[in-house]
Design a protein around this ligand. Sequence first.
Ligand SMILES: Cc1cn([C@H]2C[C@H](O)[C@@H](COP(=O)(O)OP(=O)(O)O[C@H]3O[C@H](C)C(=O)[C@H](O)[C@H]3O)O2)c(=O)[nH]c1=O
Length: 183
Amino acid sequence: MDIRQTALPGVVVVESPVVTDARGAFQRCFCSRDLAPLLGTREIAQINRSLTARSGTVRGLHFQFPPHAEMKLIRCLRGRVWDVAVDLRAGSPQLLRWHAEELSAANGRMLVIPEGVAHGFQALENDSELLYIHTAHYAHAAEGGVRCDDPQLGIDWPMMVGGLSDRDRALPMLPALFTGFPQ
Ligand SMILES: Cc1cn([C@H]2C[C@H](O)[C@@H](COP(=O)(O)OP(=O)(O)O[C@H]3O[C@H](C)C(=O)[C@H](O)[C@H]3O)O2)c(=O)[nH]c1=O
């Protein structure tokens, strides 16, 4: 598995070969040995999947506050998504900066999002399915979120933002002098 750094510290792209033959294809989706430099002492706590029926739908931007902050390893099993990481870490030189990758079943790419970095995505095709590997358990009381269209972030969504959940529509904009969330 090849690890590619991005401009956001700790946000990396993992590529792994898709082996094809007459039957179809095979890909290694996770390897604790290959990803040890990223994982450190973290362990897998939960694996989730989401299915997004309509292209244009945006889910996020979500994160969990400490002590339930989590690393997420995200890959697309069906369809295609614009996957976005937003640095909200106090003290980060890239605070409020975002990085996006197109994840698809075809490219088999995985985005790794560390603690303190919010995650959201836009489905670029109908019936897009994501697999999430989380290093902390879901903690409803620790859920945090920011509006996906916050002008302070200026995220360049490829399609018109649609399909927001009531929760995501009600997420707050960041305060004007936001200095980041403590880690
Ligand atoms: C994460 C999670 C959620 N839930 C429940 C809570 C809600 O009743 C329902 C859907 O949750 P939510 O609306 O937060 O799902 P999304 O809006 O798709 O959020 C997901 O997509 C964004 C982009 C992310 O980064 C989040 O990690 C991920 O939760 O599942 C659970 O029961 N267990 C869980 O682990």
